[in-house]
Design a protein. Sequence first.
Length: 191
Amino acid sequence: MQHLIRRATEDDATALMKLRLEAEEWLAAEGIDQWRSPGFRDRALEKWRVDIAAGRTYVVEDGDGGVVGTVTLARPDTDFWTPQDGLDSAVYIAKLISSRATTGARLGGRIIDWAASVARRDGLPLVRLDCDRANRRLQDYYLREGFTHVRTECPDHRLSGWMGQRSAAIVQHPDLLLAEAEEDPGAPITR
């Protein structure tokens, strides 16, 4: 099935929360204590709305136009990344979620490959992310997707902190690249 990635709009907010709720339920069923506090949902939605308005959030649609994935090309999270890391040397991936309906389609990895293509277009050598420092399965997933562990930070006010990066030149799924929606040719990919 062909998947299409496009810039998110405010009309996608409900679909994004649906993806998050599905991910919360799956994580809980797997015994992973992540995203389980309903109190964070309103904050998550508000952050998405800010990122959508700034043009940083993207959605992946299936062949029927349903939203099956999302990613935000974020600014560097300075709770983790420092000027010594070369803050402007990477595209930063945040809020990466793929629907359970896409299991087996390698959608998460394909989204990462797409983010790497954005980094290459912008002349940036790296793709970076951070994830829950207690979620070993997710960390192992990112390692299989070509990331290397940079370090783990443990600020008291955050559960995230496992930091990884990979070369933007890496393409893990060359036969499964995401198609990009047509946009205004003058509109840059925003991060």
